[in-house]
Design a protein around this ligand. Structure first.
Ligand code: NDP
Length: 343
């Protein structure tokens, strides 16, 4: 059985979801309450592959909220993640994806040192970050959506915001070797890590966000921002394709400008309906079929019985592993989301 460990994007959304699920008492609770709430199994899932194979899974809500990081409630944040992992293991999940910020909190606060949670010894082989599949799907979105907008990759500059991250560095590796992208711009804060990536790739310009934006035909957003930011759409090239893979989204509000196209990054669509309710709660456009690519990774590992932490650690995602998970993604009927929104 597979598992998904997820979280909501902010307190307001958490309150709305609690109301929606019929927990009226939780709908008025503040951040303090969510800091002490235990993990919950909130959905039972059945997924059928286009091969005919059917698998079962569970969605575990960790009760983590990105505001815990913004408010320096680090201990609460880390407890949410390890408690959710212990819960997943206790209910017998064989392979579980650490969605969104779960793996970021795990890595940034070295939670691999906390293996014992009450009477459970965490077996890290039962967890995957899902980042290999996410990076693969974002790259396919670049390759497939750009030509539809008249952007030729061989003439295009792609800026990757969050380039030195786990997903961002994998996206850069793929674009560098598997496509004929003309130029790459690498954006993040830590200069030393940017230079190391530039050396590894053998190309790519290191730039700040404001300088990078006017030069990019395509922007891949994969920075770990607890809250989205606003950009100056007027300064962008037209057309410009923005692929926002952040969760929460990197872009705060809708970019309302002709010629600027926004695509939800790292989202896959399954070919068959899925019996679950969780994607309705996180406002997916087609909640019976669309989901985060990291969640789909744990489904793929379950379909293939690859019971191992396929994506683990930081900045170790190879193009070969992206291709391997991409092949089984196609085999089981998942496709990258390609419906671009022009505002
Ligand atoms: P990492 O922590 O590995 O990387 C984050 C990157 O963002 C780093 O390059 C970091 O570099 C950069 N960054 C952080 N803050 C800023 C800033 N203020 N300005 C510019 N760059 C910044 O994260 P992941 O790669 O694991 O995840 C990235 C995003 O993808 C997250 O929002 C996550 O929730 C989302 N995600 C989406 C999934 C999906 O299925 N769609 C699945 C998993 C994750 P530096 O610190 O040097 O600035």
């Amino acid at each position: 059985m597979f598992g998904l460990i997820g979280h909501l994007t902010n307190l307001e959304q958490a309150q709305a979801v609690a109301r929606d699920l019929g927990y009226a008492g939780l709908a008025d609770q503040d951040l303090e309450f969510w800091c002490s709430a235990p993990p919950q199994t909130v959905d039972n899932i059945t997924v059928t592959s286009v091969t005919g194979q059917t698998i079962e899974g569970r969605y575990v809500e960790s009760c983590f909220l990105p505001e815990m990081l913004a408010n320096r409630r680090i201990k609460a944040a880390t407890r949410k993640i390890v408690n959710a992992m212990a819960h997943a293991q206790k209910i017998g999940l064989d392979i579980t994806a650490l969605g969104g910020f779960s793996s970021i909190v795990f890595e940034n606060f070295n939670l691999n040192q906390i293996q014992r949670i009450r009477n459970i010894t965490l077996d890290f082989k039962r967890f995957t970050t899902g980042n290999t599949h996410t990076a693969y799907i974002i790259c396919r979105q670049v390759e497939q959506a750009a030509p539809k907008l008249g952007i030729e990759l061989s003439k295009a500059t792609v800026a990757v915001v969050g380039a030195t991250g786990d997903i961002g560095s994998a996206v850069c590796r793929w674009l560098n070797t598997q496509t004929d992208v003309a130029d790459m711009i690498l954006v993040a804060r830590d200069r030393a890590r940017l230079q190391a990536l530039q050396e590894e790739l053998g190309r790519g310009k290191v730039m700040g966000l404001e300088d990078a934006m006017p030069q990019a035909d395509i922007v891949v957003w994969v920075a770990s921002l607890p809250k989205g930011i606003d950009i100056d759409a007027e300064s962008l090239k037209k057309p410009c394709l923005m692929i926002d893979g952040g969760y929460p989204k990197n872009l705060d509000s809708k970019v309302n400008y002709p010629g600027v196209y926004v695509l939800k990054g790292g989202i896959v669509e399954h070919s068959l309906d899925i019996d679950w309710r969780i994607m309705r709660l996180v406002n997916m456009d087609v909640p019976t079929r669309q989901m985060f690519a990291c969640f789909a990774e744990s489904m793929l590992l379950e379909f293939e019985k690859w019971y191992t932490n396929f994506s683990w650690g930081r900045n170790q995602i190879s193009v070969e592993k992206m291709q391997a998970i991409g092949d089984v993604s196609i085999k089981h009927g998942f496709k990258p989301l390609l419906s671009v929104v022009e505002n």
